[in-house]
Design a protein around this ligand. Structure first.
Ligand code: HEM
Length: 561
């Protein structure tokens, strides 16, 4: 105490000589964490909604309103749906995620303002990972903030254009062919298929091929190293469940408890995977007509010498056109900017982080969408048959060959996938943080209130898409809801499984392509049906922040002749 008094304040604290000094009394009082003081600290923000006269759920210390979510009795998406369902008479409702005040939006006009009209004020997500604790997650596009996000998004956007997506179709189709080959082997002795497992292996291989140009080999070899690490990312232990919950609702706790979403061995594996592939491409240099040199420094590895590539590129003259090509272009451009004196922001982990996020966002979302679609088709054989007839009709003039262009003509299939995504939005809520004070309509309709800068807002997609006011009998699976006419007669914001506004899913086109390609291949060869072990209804996993089932969903696949 005396050292601090002397060095911080230049005073003689005098506590050694006089145990009753005034200084000692006050310092002891500050550090005396009585239960009362601890509670006051944890509940400090609990009066915000009351002060603003905004309706709110009564919180309890430490967890706020997240008791059931922290105890992993429900997941955050289903909790937000409950709040949304129970507050239909209000435009929004305040909740507390731990001690943080957050707003759950109910009114559709406000949803539109947040996601589109005033998106410049709500450009950041709440979700955040401490870059020191979890660099690969923290630096990924999905979690980047402000200017850093805009910089990376602008550079990566062209990789997801219709033209670039079309160029990747062949790779996706090759994986779909491999998927049906794997199904053939599994079902040869009459065994049922674990659908969640099969669709995951398919989308993992697609994304390995299209993000990194490698053969993930998880369809043929379920024990491949690639599959082990990637499956591990979405394998939710209790600790991982807590890491993802705090990442979404209270990032400060994640830093404090050093909770990581991507474990260190997985981070190392990803670094090795990315840099070995980049190195291979540069030393073989078949791909980059416009890349002249790249210097890569991966943590834990020695720096590679700058490698001239242009000459060889001319020699071979081909491009692979996958996401890694775009990242290498970005690296090169950053390097040129740096040599021109422009400040650059990306380090080696920034590139690994983007690949990681494509893998994460690309395989889990698409495999689960494919899995839920197959599940509903199995329960609705009439709808399944109609999809199959459409596939046969559209493919017939093309020697039964699926192409990127005729995939776009499968309108009924599109309606089926849209309905599966309505009922089961894989990311059940959107999160945004307001950058500055923001005026919203008063909850009682009499004026406006100011939402303080930094407040988190949640848009419960799953609540909106399962609201009987917008989709009567929401539990019922009915693709007709997505007929042209029905779509014309309602707001686009009632169906947002890929999000909306400038921060919407960058991989929407690619994700839809891989889901539909998988479905066409499966349904052309198999009739899918529930078996005795198929869970009806599905039980959702409370530990996972996405919408995922606890079971692997066994189903029967009957080979069509
Ligand atoms: C059926 C498949 C998919 C679904 C349902 C889906 C859904 C979503 C949703 C809901 C968001 C948040 C949007 C928002 O906040 O408004 C998102 C963001 C994102 N998705 Fe997807 N996604 C899918 C496939 C993919 C694929 C295949 C990729 C990449 C290869 C991808 C990459 C991303 C990225 C990078 C973001 C963050 C964008 C940003 O913050 O700028 N997604 N996705």
């Amino acid at each position: 105490m005396d050292v601090i008094a002397s060095c911080a304040l230049g005073i003689d604290g005098n506590s050694l000589e006089n145990p009753d000094s005034e200084y000692k009394k006050y310092i002891e009082c500050i550090v005396d964490f009585s239960i009362r003081k601890g509670l006051a600290c944890l509940t400090m923000n609990f009066n915000l909604w009351k002060k603003l006269d905004i309706p709110y759920l009564k919180p309890i210390p430490f967890v706020g309103n997240l008791k059931d979510t922290v105890l992993q009795k429900t997941n955050i998406g289903l909790f937000l749906k409950k709040v949304y369902d129970e507050n239909q008479d209000k435009p929004y409702v305040g909740i507390f995620c731990f001690d943080q005040p957050c707003l759950v939006v109910v009114d559709l006009e406000l949803v539109k303002n947040i996601l589109i009209k005033d998106s410049h004020i709500f450009i950041d997500r709440v979700v955040r990972a401490d870059e020191k604790v979890d660099p690969i997650m923290g630096k990924s596009l999905g979690l980047l903030k402000g200017r850093r996000w805009r910089h990376v998004r602008t550079k990566l956007e062209p990789s997801f254009s219709a033209g670039k997506t079309k160029k990747m179709f062949e790779q996706v189709e090759a994986c779909a062919t491999q998927l049906t080959r794997m199904l053939e082997e599994t079902t040869a002795d009459g065994s049922s298929v674990l659908v969640k497992d099969a669709t995951m292996r398919y989308t993992m291989d697609v994304i390995a091929s299209c993000a990194l140009g490698i053969d993930g080999n998880s369809l043929e070899n379920p024990d491949s190293e690639y599959r082990k690490y990637l499956a591990g990312i979405m394998d939710f232990s209790i600790r991982k469940g807590l890491a993802s919950l705090t990442m979404f609702v209270c990032p400060a706790l994640q830093s404090f408890f050093k909770l990581r979403f991507v474990e260190e061995d997985t981070s190392e594996f990803l670094r090795r995977l990315v840099w070995t592939t980049v190195e291979y491409r540069l030393t073989h240099a078949v791909y980059f007509a416009n890349v002249t040199e790249v210097r890569i420094v991966s943590p834990g590895r020695k720096a590679h010498a700058d490698q001239p590539a242009a000459g060889l590129a001319q020699k071979h003259g081909s491009e692979r056109n996958d996401f890694l090509d775009r990242l290498i272009e970005l690296m090169n451009q950053e390097k040129m900017d740096a040599s021109n004196g422009t400040k650059t922001t990306m380090d080696s982990d920034d590139y690994v982080a983007q690949v990681f996020f494509f893998l994460l966002a690309g395989f889990e979302t698409s495999s689960t969408t494919l899995c839920f679609s197959l599940y509903e088709l199995a329960l609705h054989p009439d709808i399944q048959q109609r999809v199959r007839e459409e596939i046969a009709r559209v493919l017939a003039p093309h020697q039964n060959k699926l192409t990127y262009d005729n995939l776009q003509e499968l309108h009924y299939l599109d309606m089926v996938v849209a309905e599966a995504q309505r009922k089961y939005p894989i990311l059940p809520f959107l999160d945004r943080r307001c950058e500055r004070d923001y005026e919203i309509p008063d909850p009682h309709g009499s004026g406006t209130v100011i939402l303080p800068a930094g407040t988190a807002v949640y848009i419960p997609i799953i609540g909106i898409q399962n609201n009987p006011k917008y989709f009567p009998n929401p539990e019922h699976f009915d693709p007709e809801r997505f007929s042209k006419e029905n779509k014309r007669n309602r707001s686009n914001l009632l169906h947002i499984p890929f999000g909306e506004g400038p921060r919407k899913c960058i991989g929407k086109r690619f994700g839809s392509m891989q889901v539909k390609t998988g479905l066409v291949h499966i349904l052309s060869k198999y009739e899918v049906a529930p078996c005795k072990d198929t869970p009806i209804p599905l039980i959702l996993d409370p530990k996972v922040f996405t919408l995922a089932t606890k079971d692997k969903i066994p189903m029967t696949f009957i080979r069509r002749t």
